[in-house]
Design a protein. Structure first.
Length: 890
């Protein structure tokens, strides 16, 4: 028989941390903490298998589940001495979601469940504190109505605000027992009016209502969006945790809080957390009151005059510190904790590996290695390569003038400027038009995810370091300032006031998420620092990775950036990018429009010295590292004059009639240029272009080799080859040019000629093509276009629908389609190596910088990946992780 329910509590649990898939992260860790003997309120977990069953069976439950739950409630009764539904001394519970992967704030929780008109009185009597009892009841009614009954929580908040205004109260904690009783009556009346039936009074009905709501919340819109953004399969499902309530809202000896065992923003090894006295559950993260610091050190650093937990409740604090140390050592990772203090007694409610910025991830990984907690290999695996992006982002130039208009909490590091917007919908709409925006909100909620994604930076006037905005922004690597309390936001008139400054929608500000400063206008930014922890971890990664990492670089600036980031050569230099600069385009146009070979050669002779100078620069910067240069690839019409002025310029320069130019332009027009006259087809119909480029490459190689003393071995790459004969024809020209240059200079040259594999036919015929090609570089952008028959430039209009409907799980231009395009790569690799075992194999599409595609490249055994310069560190780390994975599997 399947076991659907696992109990925990009192130093024992049926589950453990290793059962995360079945119990969800929250349930598995509650079990683990129980097993460790930590103070965890007892409870039980309904497994993710039940969630799967629920959805497979028309939202119903396995037959035995009711009995299993009843028994688990008995178990809780034995441990707590209280019975669920008891009229005298009731056991109250929380019903909490908890998926395998943490999805903060995406699904629902109900607290204080089991309260009704009768049990609330029992709670008042048993606790001797009616204010507490009715506060708990009103919280329960509001949460249950929102989560289970589907009523709008704003309506409840309005009632509460009215009661506060009426009595002149500022804070929820100002309300008396009588006040709360009145609120409860009004809440119940609201429910009855909306639903035409009373608020459910039977605790069992309440329990099953909440369990059903948690399972249902797996399919709510925000959970679906979150899963899509984080690649979490819908099939995983959520578990439900039912747990005895402990109360942080029982007066001044009670509190609730959240903490990280290390600073999640900087990675510093210091406890980092916030708490509120006389509060419950999410009061801390909801930004209702401004929370207090846990440690004295943090309080002093923040300049806060509200006492720290260390001062206020020294015993609970000491117990908590002890537990923090225990958990960090046990899990060997930084933990994110929830706790509640009920009348001086500490209870642990959650632990999980804490989300952190890339900077913190690096520091924690490097520090923990030094502390002997983890190995270098583990440190490598602890850092998400994609998150490194955050560190590679600009920061504000310290010498820049700062017009600081407000200060908040430095919730997510990095800096960005943009036009302010006050709604997530506006943020999304403007970002789609290419406008950089800063999302400004009172606070954010899960409904804001799309706007937060679209924004360059986020600014909220409320909330702490653990607010929704802060947590989500850190995860996204988006700069964020939270709790900028001096800012007044008027969303209705779309203005914000910061002291004397008033800004409206569209005005530009800069958010410095590292300092918490809000600056007026755009500010000069600086490139990031790549030594320290970053350099350390990259060094470890470089030791373990098998694949080389090169960069796609067309200009000296790109090439220098790439080397700075640790590129080991250039995997793709697109020569056409050298054709567009103002001083060259005229000669290029002359060359294209020339009607005879002689004319064309004249024009090419003007371009030759320029190309040669470009290549010499690249070779010198790369100082002996391999450089792959691709011959001219795009359709020629891309270079043609378009405006009248341009056309007349070219006509004058060529000494021909404007009409002739127009005629020639029309001739070159193609219906489908992506599949048209481009790639090696150009080199075949205009061999003099390939010859000029080959000459420039070889002369530059000799010159740079002389200058730097490091011999240059250029790799000449022929694009868009589908047939061996195409390559042979072009290769013969390249070889002839190499001979000529060697004769002219009297120097000997080493070079290679290879091809891009970017057509399905090239992959299929790789064994033939490899007879001539000394290397393959998989051009997976074009290979994806040609394998799917989807033009990348036109895909936007339908790829969205493909992803929404699940036809495609990911954009195949971002992450390689391993099944289809990947199969072609596999075939190309196998057949190429059959003919030429030492053939050099690389990838130069966008996929070369995508971590999951890099794993694929490791699996198929490529020699190197090549990606844009800014992604080089990401690729180095991802390649190391892929190598470790391969090692662990073998
Ligand atoms: P989330 O995953 O959104 O954090 P949780 O299930 O952890 O949701 O619960 C929301 C809040 O309620 C948290 O602050 C948590 O600590 C608190 N909470 C949950 N269960 C209990 C309980 N049994 N007693 C007291 N507080 C609880
Ligand atoms: Mg929550
Ligand atoms: Mg939680």
């Amino acid at each position: 028989m399947t076991k659907w329910v696992y109990t925990f509590g009192d130093g024992l649990a049926e589950g453990s941390a290793s059962m995360r898939n079945l119990l969800g992260g929250k349930g598995a860790n509650l079990a683990e903490m129980s097993n460790l003997g930590l103070p965890v309120p007892p409870g039980f977990t309904i497994t993710t298998d039940v969630c799967a069953w629920y959805y497979d069976n028309g939202r119903s439950y396995p037959e035995t589940l009711r009995d299993d739950v009843a028994q688990a409630l008995e178990h809780m009764a034995r441990l707590t001495g209280k019975r669920f539904g008891d009229a005298q001394d009731p056991l109250l519970v929380s019903v909490r979601s908890g998926a395998r992967a943490s999805m903060p704030g995406m699904m629902d929780t109900v607290l204080n469940l089991g309260l009704n008109d009768q049990t609330v009185q029992a709670l008042a009597t048993a606790s001797g504190d009616p204010r507490f009892a009715y506060d708990s009841y009103r919280r329960f009614i509001q949460m249950y109505s929102d989560v289970v009954l589907g009523l709008d929580h704003h309506d409840f908040e309005m009632i509460l605000d009215e009661e506060k205004d009426l009595n002149g109260y500022d804070l929820d904690t100002d309300l008396t027992s009588d006040d709360w009783q009145r609120v409860v009556e009004r809440y119940k009346a609201l429910v009855e009016e909306e639903l035409e039936e009373p608020f459910p009074q039977d605790p069992m009905d309440q329990l099953w209502g909440a369990v059903g709501a948690v399972f249902s919340s797996w399919m709510n819109q925000r959970a679906i969006t979150y899963r899509r953004l984080h690649d979490i399969p819908a099939s995983w499902g959520t578990a439900v945790n039912v747990q005895a309530m402990v109360f942080g809202n029982m007066g001044d000896t009670s509190a609730t809080g959240v903490a990280f065992t290390r600073n999640p923003s900087t990675g510093d090894n210091e406890l980092y957390g916030e708490f509120l006295v006389n509060a419950q559950g999410e009061d801390v993260v909801a930004g209702i009151r401004t929370p207090q610091d846990i440690t004295e050190v943090a309080r002093i650093a923040a300049g806060s005059n509200k006492p720290s937990l260390e001062n206020l409740m020294p015993e609970a604090f000491a117990a908590f510190m002890d537990i923090c140390n225990k958990l960090e050592t046990h899990y060997r990772d930084m933990q994110d904790l929830e706790f509640t203090i009920e009348d001086g007694k500490l209870w642990m409610l959650q632990t999980r590996s804490g989300k952190r910025t890339a900077k913190a991830a690096l520091k924690i990984a490097v520090d923990m290695t030094a502390e002997g907690l983890i190995s270098e290999d583990e440190a490598i695996q602890r850092v998400d390569p994609a998150a490194l992006d955050q560190l590679l982002h600009p920061t504000i130039d310290p010498n820049a003038e700062r017009d600081v208009i407000a200060k908040g909490l430095p919730a997510s590091p990095g800096a960005a400027s943009g036009q302010i917007v006050f709604s997530s919908d506006d943020a999304e709409a403007m970002a789609q038009k290419g406008i950089k925006v800063v999302l400004v909100r009172l606070e954010t909620s899960p409904e804001d995810i799309h706007g937060m994604h679209a924004a360059e930076a986020i600014l909220t006037s409320r909330g702490g370091m653990t607010s929704h905005a802060a947590v989500v922004a850190r995860g996204m690597g988006t700069p964020c300032i939270s709790g900028a309390g001096s800012i007044r936001i008027d969303a209705a008139s779309e203005t914000l006031m910061a002291g004397p400054v008033t800004l409206s929608k569209g005005d530009i500000i800069t958010v410095d998420g590292s300092t918490g400063e809000v600056l007026r206008g755009a500010v000069k930014m600086l490139q990031p620092e790549l030594s320290g922890d970053f350099g350390q971890l990259m060094g470890w990664a470089d030791k373990v990775r098998r694949m080389g990492v090169r960069a796609n670089a067309d200009t000296p600036v790109d090439a220098r950036t790439a080397r700075n980031f640790g590129a080991e050569g250039i995997g793709l230099c697109r020569t056409e990018h050298m054709f567009f600069s103002e001083d060259r385009i005229l000669a290029v146009r002359e060359m294209i429009l020339a009607e005879s070979h002689d004319h064309r050669r004249d024009a090419l002779a003007k371009i030759l010295p320029m190309q040669k100078a470009d290549f010499t620069d690249l070779f010198e910067i790369m100082a002996g590292l391999p450089v792959t240069i691709r011959l001219l690839d795009p359709p020629l019409h891309e270079f043609l004059p378009k405006t009248d002025a341009e056309i007349s310029d070219v006509a004058t320069s060529l000494g021909v009639d404007i009409g002739l130019i127009r005629h020639r332009t029309a001739e070159l027009h193609e219906v489908n240029p992506m599949l048209g006259h481009r790639g090696c087809r150009l080199a075949i119909s205009y061999p003099e272009i390939a010859e000029m480029q080959a000459r420039a490459i070889f002369e530059a190689a000799i010159e740079a080799g002389r200058k730097t003393g490091a011999p240059v071995i250029p790799e000449v790459m022929v694009p868009l080859v589908g047939m061996k004969a195409e390559l042979d024809l072009v290769k013969a020209r390249i070889d002839a040019m190499a001979d000529a240059v060697q004769q002219e200079t009297g120097e000997s040259l080493s070079y290679q000629v290879g091809t891009m594999v970017e057509l399905p036919r090239a992959a299929l015929r790789a064994h033939k093509i490899a007879e001539s090609a000394e290397f393959f570089s998989f051009g997976t952008n074009d290979l994806t276009q040609t394998a799917f028959g989807i033009s990348r430039d036109d895909a936007a209009s339908f790829l969205g629908a493909y992803q929404r409907t699940g036809i495609l799980e990911q954009d195949p231009f971002v992450s390689i389609d391993q099944d289809g395009v990947g199969e072609l790569v596999r075939i190309g690799v196998e057949r190429g190596r059959q003919t030429r075992p030492d053939i050099k194999l690389g990838i130069c599409g966008e996929h070369g910088g995508d971590p999951s595609s890099i794993h694929f490249c490791e699996e198929v055994g490529l020699d190197y990946v090549s990606c844009s310069p800014f992604r080089v560190p990401i690729a180095r780390l991802a390649a190391a992780q892929a190598a470790l994975k391969a090692k662990n599997q073998s």
